[in-house]
Design a protein around this ligand. Structure first.
Ligand SMILES: [Zn+2]
Length: 106
């Protein structure tokens, strides 16, 4: 009996933990908000999703270059996108990393 308990304790100690953050930036807090992946539409926790901020111009690039040459200021539009982990890997935002490198956060 005590042998089994001891075995379970050892199992608990060496339980697999791939990442220091467990793939999230949640910490000790409980359940958080969900966001929708911009690619596949999956609902993922916001602290797990990969966030990408892009500045896009609404003006045509050739036109904006011409306008900038004449001294015009063209403000960019901020586009915020959330990706689930598999879509982030697919898009190359995050990469599959080897065991030691996984310990450090992005
Ligand atoms: Zn996705």
């Amino acid at each position: 009996m005590s042998y089994i308990i001891e075995l379970k304790r050892i199992e608990a100690v060496i339980m697999t933990k791939k990442r220091r953050s467990r793939g999230r930036s949640k910490g000790g807090k409980g359940r958080g908000a969900l966001v929708q992946c911009s690619m596949c539409g999956a609902l993922v926790p916001r602290d797990k999703a990969k966030k990408e901020t892009r500045w896009v111009s609404l003006v045509d690039p050739t036109l904006s270059r011409e306008l900038r040459a004449r001294g015009a200021y063209i403000p960019g539009q901020r586009v915020l996108k959330y990706y689930c982990v598999s879509c982030a890997v697919h898009r190359g935002i995050v990469k599959v990393r080897e065991r030691e490198l996984r310990r450090t956060a992005y």
